[in-house]
Design a protein around this ligand. Structure first.
Ligand SMILES: [Zn+2]
Length: 226
């Protein structure tokens, strides 16, 4: 049974680490693969050692040569959403062996991560979305600090995203907007109809006013305002 594809993040030595986990389940055994979303893009395999009521403990890496242990639990089920939370313990030399890092992974049936023609990885619609539809829940640390990856939720609150919003590319003719009606649970909504397979993008300038760090825009718009 295919469980889903999860965008995972946890604190690492050089800042937050992001990975894409594809998870399947056969009876009591969970298995799948983990693709690093950083520069190396390496793939490792995951296989559960044991299951528990609402999750599993898995080894990451080749059998007998695991590089990490994941202890994951399902903590939330929403409309098309599944969030895994738990701990990851790196094994072997060069890591803080035995020090568990808090681990979050989220699955959203509406979106997925793919390589993007605009920049690096991007967020893509898994299915058709109508104008106004919720694309995903915005998750991450809410702070008062604006950073190159943060999104403005209100004038006082910026979100350092740990979920899909992390991978939203800028577009000068964006198809999504942030809805902060409930600042404790901000949402990304479709600003127009979006077809399955289309990249979801967002206007950083409109959202932020001024952005931290500039970049050359490679979006498909006829004219750029960045
Ligand atoms: Zn542009």
């Amino acid at each position: 049974m295919r469980v889903g594809e999860f965008l995972a993040s946890y604190p690492g030595d050089g800042g937050r680490v992001f990975e894409w986990i594809e998870l399947r389940r056969q009876g009591d055994v969970w298995m799948g693969q983990v693709t690093a979303l950083g520069a190396d893009g390496g793939v490792t395999h995951l296989r559960s050692r044991s299951g528990h009521a609402d999750g599993f403990i898995a080894e990451l890496g080749a059998p007998g040569a695991a590089t990490a242990i994941l202890d994951l639990r399902i903590i939330e089920r929403g409309e098309g959403e599944l969030v895994l939370s738990g701990r990851r313990v790196e094994l072997g030399a060069g890591s803080a062996n035995g020090a568990p890092a808090a681990f979050m992974a989220e699955y959203d049936s509406r979106v997925e991560i793919q390589t993007s023609p605009i920049h690096g990885h991007g967020v893509f619609a898994r299915r058709d979305l109508a104008a106004g539809d919720v694309i995903t829940v915005i998750r991450g640390e809410m702070t008062s600090v604006q950073t190159p990856h943060s999104a403005r939720i209100t004038d006082e609150v910026h979100c350092e995203p740990t979920g899909y919003l992390r991978y939203i590319n800028h577009c000068c003719e964006a198809n999504s907007v942030i809805d902060a009606t409930d600042p404790a649970r901000p949402l990304l909504r479709a600003d127009r109809a979006i077809a399955a397979g289309e990249e979801i993008n967002f206007d950083y300038i409109e959202n932020e006013g001024e952005i931290v760090g500039g970049f050359a825009c490679n979006c498909g718009a006829a004219t750029h305002h960045i």
